[in-house]
Design a protein around this ligand. Structure first.
Ligand code: UDP
Length: 234
């Protein structure tokens, strides 16, 4: 079992089947799975996405300035973080939201040493607002925070059960990789996460597991050390 993990939850995943907003039933299931592994002694940091509300790149199509759109995207991750914190706290756990954009009334500012202290004290930490910078993604934020908190592994929960040779929703011949390297992802242009996030993990030797959170229990299984989906090695 891992001692400390960084779990990346995409916004889309929190919307479950709806595609937009937060699925109230699903977020409580996610919180319950996190509570199960937390009870076993794993320290858990979480980076949440915001794509279920707002994606910077997509808004450029309606002629929005990219920086303005990215600011909106980062704020949407804060909405998800607060919802997840609420669901986790309802289970009697201690949970802190730390935001990369300062907003003292709703979240603590992200201070690495303070984040480490929360984790050591057994508090679950949700990292909100991505990296705090436009032109980045929450995948990059997840890679960065994973390294900063010295996580054993980056666990990327998505709606697909691993990394495939092609998009399995479009290509029925697509095959799933058991293991793959970051260099393979870059060379073969596999759609896993953006290249900034990939190269950050590669250059700093951060392993990653990409798995589906659609099936109940998967989050608990991977944090407990079971291999699901695809393992990415540096
Ligand atoms: N974003 C950003 N900087 C960051 C992280 C996120 O500008 O460091 C913005 C960006 O517009 C992005 C949006 O926040 O589209 C939501 O994040 P993301 O698309 O990564 O969420 P996910 O796909 O995981 O739901």
């Amino acid at each position: 079992m891992y001692k400390r993990v960084l779990l990346k939850l995409s916004g889309e995943a929190l919307a479950a089947g709806a595609g937009f907003g937060i699925d109230a039933v699903f977020i409580h299931k996610v919180a319950a799975e996190i509570a199960t592994v937390h009870a076993l002694g794993c320290q858990i940091g979480i980076v949440v996405g915001g794509g279920n509300f707002f994606r910077g790149v997509a808004q450029q199509a309606i002629d929005m300035d990219r920086v303005a759109a990215d600011h909106m995207g980062m704020l949407s991750t804060v909405i998800n973080a607060i919802a997840l914190q609420d669901a986790i706290e309802k289970l009697g756990l201690f949970c802190r939201v730390m935001s990369a954009i300062e907003m003292h009334q709703v979240a603590e500012p992200y201070i690495r040493r303070r984040a480490m202290r929360h984790l050591e004290k057994g508090r679950i930490v949700i990292f909100a607002a991505g990296t705090g910078n436009p032109y980045f993604s929450t995948d990059t934020a997840a890679s960065l925070r994973a390294m900063e908190i010295k996580a054993d592994i980056l666990l990327k929960a998505t709606s697909v059960d691993g990394i495939y040779t092609a998009d399995p929703k479009k290509d029925p011949t697509a095959k799933r990789y058991e293991t793959v390297t970051y260099n393979d992802i870059l060379r073969l242009e596999l759609k896993v996460m953006d290249t900034t996030a990939v190269s950050l993990c590669r250059d700093n030797n951060m392993p990653m597991m990409v798995f589906s959170m659609r099936e109940e229990g998967n989050i608990a299984r991977v944090i407990s050390g079971e291999q699901l989906g695809t393992i990415v090695t540096p």
